[in-house]
Write a protein that binds this ligand. Structure first.
Ligand code: HEM
Ligand SMILES: *[C@@H]1O[C@H](CO)[C@@H](O)[C@H](O)[C@H]1NC(C)=O
Ligand SMILES: *[C@@H]1O[C@H](CO)[C@@H](O)[C@H](O)[C@H]1NC(C)=O
Ligand SMILES: *[C@@H]1O[C@H](CO)[C@@H](O)[C@H](O)[C@H]1NC(C)=O
Ligand SMILES: CC(=O)N[C@H]1CO[C@H](CO)[C@@H](O)[C@@H]1O
Length: 349
């Protein structure tokens, strides 16, 4: 066991150029799509095969993986911190309120990819890279654009149970607050609108939009049957679909009611017709700062794909860890040093 970790350490040092003769460990290495071409040439192919077969068995996988990837990247960078399982000793990002609905299929897709990769080239491919690769494959597989996925991310040495609730946007935020949150991470308004196009896939649970369809009050406090920015037929359909959601919190609705499983620009077309599911979706249409981009993407799928691809590549590079800032986990849900990891040991004590 000890020997193995020593070997992994040396391998990591060689990869990051920290070995004698290379640049110092503090020099950030550049990520590259060919990062594993010597050490695990089939890495991309293996992840693609595993997640494609998972997606065929369970078509909700793509949306799940994409959302988990966003959550990973926005909370302390794309470093697989979201994948750490909470243990008896230490809580993790998965304990955050906002994580409660993160889909198990997405985690399963990563776990299966990791198992296959460990057989082929043990200790080489990071979980953060697997999540990034899987997101790229699944966006393309559901009809979306291809985008380059630079590789060489390390996996985090910590995972905070409180960070997700601070770092991630909520369905009840105003557009101003969402813009602020993205700007603080160096994403423009346009990039935020483009990335929101991910809501062309997947579901939201009724509680995320219940305040729009039940007991709605406008800004002046006047009760209305539903949020007037909604298409009335759509609002009534949702009222009916969600009527038992308090008893059964698993009831959910498609984010894109027209083409729910297809990655396309229909999400933006829907917003123009009052068919946005979350208030944060619909507000992109009503807010003057974001509306021009909604119109741009609704009017031209090619333009949406180009901008989404660029924004995803940028997202995939956000806050990545290289060199000694991270490790290559042997299992995606646990640190190599044991259940609590380095940084969480104190927290857990
Ligand atoms: C702009 C601010 C955003 C807000 C407020 C937001 C909020 C939400 C909420 C509340 C849900 C429903 C969760 C549930 O009920 O289970 C959801 C689902 C989803 N979000 Fe977002 N999100 C945002 C941006 C993004 C971005 C940037 C991405 C990816 C690039 C993304 C990808 C997804 C996907 C794919 C789903 C569906 C998940 C599934 O079906 O399992 N979201 N989002
Ligand atoms: C938004 O929702 C969160 C979580 O459900 C809640 O804690 C918070 O108070 C809400 N914020 C606003 C502004 O309504
Ligand atoms: C912020 O984003 C711009 C445009 O994508 C990029 O050129 C720049 O390097 C980013 N700055 C930081 C500090 O990440
Ligand atoms: C959509 O945008 C692309 C890329 O900018 C452009 O080549 C194409 O002509 C546009 N299509 C329409 C229908 O405007
Ligand atoms: C996917 C996942 O790990 N979800 C977890 C979110 O948090 C709840 C409560 O801690 C867990 O029960 C879920 O398994």
């Amino acid at each position: 066991m000890r020997r193995l970790s020593l070997f992994l350490l040396l391998a990591a040092a060689a990869l990051t150029g920290a070995a004698a003769g290379g640049p110092p460990a503090t020099t950030p290495i550049k990520l590259s799509p060919t990062f594993y071409s010597q050490t695990c040439p089939r890495a991309e192919r293996i992840v693609a095969e595993v997640v494609q077969s998972k997606q065929m068995q369970n078509p909700t996988t793509a949306a799940g993986v994409l959302r988990v990837f966003f959550h990973d990247c926005f909370v302390t960078g794309c470093d697989a911190s979201v994948l750490i399982a909470p243990t008896h000793f230490a809580k993790s990002e998965k304990d955050a309120d906002i994580n409660h609905s993160l889909p198990g299929d997405a985690f399963d897709a990563v776990v299966r990819s990791k198992l296959a990769l460990e057989l082929e080239c043990p200790g080489v491919v990071s979980c953060a890279d697997i999540l990034a690769l899987a997101s790229g494959v699944l966006v393309t597989m559901t009809g979306g654009p291809r985008f380059p996925v630079p590789l060489g991310r390390k996996d985090s040495l910590s995972s905070s149970p409180t960070a997700p609730d601070i770092e991630l946007p909520h369905s009840n935020f105003t557009i101003s607050r969402i813009i602020e949150l993205f700007l603080a991470k160096n994403f423009t308004v346009q990039e935020m609108v483009a990335l929101s196009g991910a809501h062309t896939l997947g579901f939201s649970h009724c509680q995320e939009f219940a305040s729009r369809i039940y007991n709605y009050h406008d800004k002046a406090g006047k009760p209305l049957p539903f949020d007037p920015s909604m298409n009335p037929g759509y609002a009534k359909g949702l009222q009916d679909a969600c009527k038992d959601y308090l008893k059964d919190p698993t009831i959910a609705a498609f984010n894109d009611i027209m083409t729910p499983g297809k990655f396309d620009n229909q999400y933006y077309v829907n917003l123009e017709r009052g068919l946005g599911l979350l208030s944060t979706d619909q507000d992109l249409w009503s807010d003057a700062r974001t509306k021009p981009f909604v119109q741009r993407y609704a009017g031209n799928n090619t333009v949406f794909f180009e901008d989404f691809a660029k924004a995803m590549e940028k997202l995939s590079l956000f806050g990545v860890k290289t060199g000694a800032d991270g490790e290559i986990r042997r299992r995606c849900d646990a640190y190599n040093s044991g259940p609590t990891g380095k940084a969480d040991a104190a927290e857990a004590a």
